[in-house]
Write a protein that binds this ligand. Structure first.
Ligand SMILES: *[C@@H]1O[C@H](CO)[C@@H](O)[C@H](O)[C@H]1NC(C)=O
Length: 263
């Protein structure tokens, strides 16, 4: 209970867009932010804190029923023109058809690293993507220098989100509502150009997460998701990158083939 006490949402977040469409509910039973979208506006919230390294958890309840054309997102974003960003965008669908989770990673203001998965599984505790730090050996920039805030939003993307834009938002069913709750950050808070985790803090004072990797079981789970639910991977899209795949793609392919020969 301590991590989610009554003032939790107010203390951690502020509404950043679509004021009247966003609601923070703080009572003894629920600490929830609910975001809605109608023809006039979508809405979003952002964390008050900035984090540099961390493990953040939040539970999302996506738009139910016909959510075609809507996008509910949960993402991390740093400031400035050469920002870093980690995105989870949940693309709505018509009733009964699966949601798609669209994922991207930006470093130094550049993304183009999309992957998409069907959301037919519980993401909870199942890794869907690993972006390794190869910066010192390959120069591929890694999002490790810019503190980020945590954001949630809902917006209209009927021109592309569902079945490539073929299915539009049915505005007669608005407002579309998504909710976010149980935020928990095991993270280093960035404030006044300094981190709450000092360079000599140990994992026992910061938390297990700081040295945690996927491990063999995590790798297996991720491969299972990739085999069964992956729809799109920029790393296999030769048409999009006729002059060669981005460098991080070939690094992971080498590693993947090493795994296979070990089997
Ligand atoms: C919606 O459902 C269809 C299957 O009917 C699927 O092909 C599509 O990827 C789903 N998601 C989106 C965002 O279009």
């Amino acid at each position: 209970m301590s991590a989610f006490d009554a003032a939790n949402m107010d203390q951690n977040f502020e509404i950043t867009w679509g004021n009247s469409h966003a609601h923070m509910i703080n009572n003894n039973i629920d600490q929830v932010i609910s975001l809605s979208l109608d023809k006039a506006s979508g809405s979003s919230f952002g964390s008050k804190n900035q984090y540099l390294f961390g493990k953040v958890d939040m539970q999302l309840k996506l738009v139910h029923g016909n959510s075609a054309g809507t996008v509910t997102s949960y993402y991390l974003h740093s400031e400035g023109l050469t920002w870093d960003e980690i995105d989870f965008e949940f693309l709505g669908n018509v009733s009964g058809d699966p949601y798609v989770v669209h994922n991207n990673i930006y470093t130094q203001g550049k993304g183009n690293r999309e992957q998409q998965f069907y959301l037919c599984f519980f993401v909870d505790g199942i890794p869907i993507r690993e972006f390794k730090n190869h910066e010192s050996t390959s120069g591929i920039s890694f999002p490790s220098k810019k503190p980020m805030r945590v954001y949630g939003s809902i917006w209209d993307a009927e021109d592309w989100a569902t079945k490539g834009g073929l299915v539009k938002t049915n505005w007669t069913e608005a407002p579309f509502t998504a909710s976010f709750k149980n935020f928990n950050a095991n993270a280093c808070v960035w404030s006044y150009a300094a981190s709450s985790c000092t360079s000599n803090s140990s994992s026992s004072s910061v938390g297990e997460w700081i040295t945690q990797g996927l491990g063999a079981i995590g790798e297996e789970k991720m491969k299972w998701v990739h085999r069964n639910y992956m729809i799109y991977n920029y790393c296999t899209d030769m048409k999009r990158f006729p002059n060669g795949l981005p460098p991080e793609c070939t690094i992971s392919v080498t590693k993947e083939s090493k795994f296979n020969t070990n089997k």
